[in-house]
Structure formats: structure tokens, C-alpha cells
Design a protein around this ligand. Structure first.
Ligand code: TRP
Length: 328
């Protein structure tokens, strides 16, 4: 049976884009596969941050993930830095990763181009990611399109290690494959770019209904619709129609489509229907998050128990790797 691993940066509260693009999928997968999910704080210290802020964002991410439906009874959820084997395996992998493979990673090139001084951690980011996955011998990684190249590198690393340190007929590390998230990427409220905290165009997963409505109301729609009587084209409505497809049931999506093309609903009517369906899914999540925020010890306990579970596997992998390499 497949083992799933995925990671998310501790960016604080989840936004709707992260939720639809990753976490909702994880919640569905946890009951079908053995699943391990990780808040990757070692990845997050590449770049500027303050310790207090990192601690807060890590806890908030834990709350968001638990509230969204990750259930410690069905998956393993933990914080990366609590399992030291991640960095232990990363060092080993650094020694079998060709520099050229790292330098041609698009994510690296884009980030490095914007920085005056590039730290080694930025270059080595995908090696840590490979260690995250392979430490658990995971073969399936639910991620978005932007992570496909990083996973290619994980496969190179798995092959390199296997070819040097495992018998030819019994490879040890699997070659992990991406499992692309079904929801298309969610555009931010400005309609121009991917929803992203740094672009300030997000809807927070835990935002109040009032705040959410204050963002939906003015959000861009098909520019051809100036008056209610102008027929519209839902395919040119990048935010609201996409959110309908993500949150509203199929019959409602069909109704939205017809009423937009037929100029029967104004955009505000359409947004009200969306608002209702978003709240139907998000209200229980907000309620759970509220309860967890009031009991931070529960969140810490859940994450610590997750780290203990993860370490049982992580220790076995490291022991085997060291044994094969003459390090033990
Ligand atoms: N690089 C991933 C991202 O930015 C996060 C991540 C770290 C990850 N380690 C991982 C994802 C392992 C999948 C598997 O989204």
C-alpha cells in the first residue's frame, strides 16, 4: 500500500487557496492511505523571520490543519524540527546530490535572482524536501504543479543512494511520485495572480463571515457585466466562478452558469449564493479552530504525539541508511 507524505510551510493561518489547493485533498486522502503530514519549519527559516513570529505561525498552522479536518487518529501530523532525523538524512543526501541539479531548479533560480546574498539553505531546500519524503519511504506526494521539479530531484536522490548503497535487485528508497491536487490553482481576489499571503489578495480560512463578505462583494467578475442585464461569461469570472466550482454543489454551479449567461442574476446575487455555500463548509472549521485556539495545550499535545509516531519510522530509516553506509 502507498504511503503518502506532504509538507506545508508554517505561514500562520491557512487561506482558501492553501485549503483548496492542498489541505482539503489531504483530509480526503488520510482515510484512504497511510498519511504523514508535516509543518516544515526548517524550510521556513530560509529567509527573514523572527523567532516569536515563527513560533506563533507554527502553532496557528497546527490549529488550521486540525480544524480543517486532519485527524491524528487517521494520519500523522507533526512539526519537522521535532524530528531531528530530517536534517540528519539531509546531510547524507547533500553528499550524493550533484550541484548542477540544484542550480537548475526553477524555484531556486527565481528566488536567488531577487536576492543580493544567496544562502546555501536556499540552494539546498529541495534536498531537505527529499529527506522529508524519503525518511518515511513515502512513494506518493500530494502537491501542486509548482512542486513537480522538486519531486524529480527527490527521485534522482533516491536513485543515487540506491545505486551506491542498496543491492541492485532490492532498491531501498522508493521513487516518490507527485499526486497533483484536483482543484485548479485558486486566483487571488484581484483576479490577477495566485492567491498568496505576500500579495495580500487572500481570504483566510478562519476569517469571520462578515470579513469574508467584505472581500467577496467587491471581488472582480467578468468585466463585460456592467449592468445586471448584461449577459456574462462565467469562464471569464476568475475568482467567483472558480470558488463556486470549489464550494457549491454541481447543480448550483450549473444554475450559476445559466443565470450569468442569461443575465438573470446580478453578480451580487451570485456572490450571495457563493457566500452561503462557503459558510456551509467553513463554519464548522471556524468553530473547531476557535475551540483549539482556546486550548493550546491540546494542539501541542497532538503535534508532539505526531512527532513521536513519525520518529518511530524515521529512526528505522536512519539506522538502515547508516548501517549501509558504514556509519554505524
Ligand atoms: N516545498 C513545499 C512547498 O513549498 C513544502 C514541502 C517541504 C513539501 N517538504 C515537503 C511538500 C515534502 C511535499 C513533500 O509547498
Amino acid at each position: 500500500m502507498s504511503r503518502i507524505f506532504s509538507g506545508i510551510q508554517p505561514s500562520g493561518e491557512l487561506h482558501i487557496g492553501n485549503y483548496l489547493g492542498a489541505v482539503r485533498n489531504w483530509v480526503a486522502l488520510q482515510s484512504q492511505f497511510e498519511s504523514i503530514f508535516c509543518i516544515v519549519d526548517y524550510h521556513a527559516i530560509i529567509g527573514s523571520f523572527t523567532p516569536e513570529d515563527l513560533r506563533r505561525r507554527t502553532r496557528e498552522m497546527g490549529i488550521s490543519l486540525l480544524a480543517a479536518g486532519l485527524d491524528p487518529a487517521h494520519c500523522t501530523l507533526f512539526v519537522q524540527s521535532r524530528v531531528p532525523e530530517h536534517t540528519e538524512l539531509q546531510w547524507i543526501f547533500n553528499t550524493i546530490t550533484p550541484l548542477g541539479e540544484l542550480e537548475r531548479q526553477v524555484a531556486y533560480k527565481e528566488k536567488a535572482a531577487r536576492q543580493e546574498q544567496v544562502m546555501a539553505g536556499l540552494l539546498n531546500y529541495p534536498v531537505l524536501q527529499a529527506a522529508d519524503i524519503l525518511l518515511y519511504l513515502a512513494d506518493t506526494v500530494p502537491v501542486g504543479e509548482d512542486q513537480v521539479q522538486h519531486l524529480e530531484l527527490s527521485r534522482v536522490i533516491a536513485r543515487n543512494w540506491n545505486s551506491r548503497f542498496a543491492p541492485a535487485d532490492a532498491p531501498y528508497f522508493p521513487e516518490p511520485k507527485p499526486k497533483l491536487t484536483p482543484t485548479r490553482r485558486i486566483v487571488g481576489l484581484d483576479g490577477n495572480a495566485k492567491m498568496s499571503k505576500s500579495l495580500n489578495n487572500t481570504i483566510g480560512l478562519l476569517e469571520s463571515p462578515d470579513d469574508m463578505w467584505a472581500k467577496l462583494r467587491p471581488a472582480v467578475t467578468d468585466p463585460a457585466r456592467v449592468k445586471k442585464t448584461d449577459p456574462g461569461n462565467p469562464d471569464k469570472c476568475p475568482v467567483i466562478f472558480e470558488l463556486h466550482k470549489a464550494f457549491s454543489p454541481p447543480d448550483v454551479v450549473a444554475e450559476v452558469d445559466a443565470n450569468c449567461r442569461g443575465a438573470k442574476w446580478g453578480c451580487i446575487d451570485c456572490k450571495k449564493v457563493l457566500f452561503e455555500h462557503m459558510n456551509a463548509e467553513l463554519t464548522p472549521i471556524r468553530t473547531r479552530a476557535q475551540a483549539l485556539a482556546e486550548q493550546p495545550a491540546l494542539v501541542d499535545d497532538a503535534l508532539n504525539a505526531g512527532a513521536e509516531k513519525a520518529r518511530v519510522i524515521a529512526r528505522q530509516t536512519i539506522a538502515h541508511v547508516k548501517e549501509q553506509m558504514g556509519l554505524a
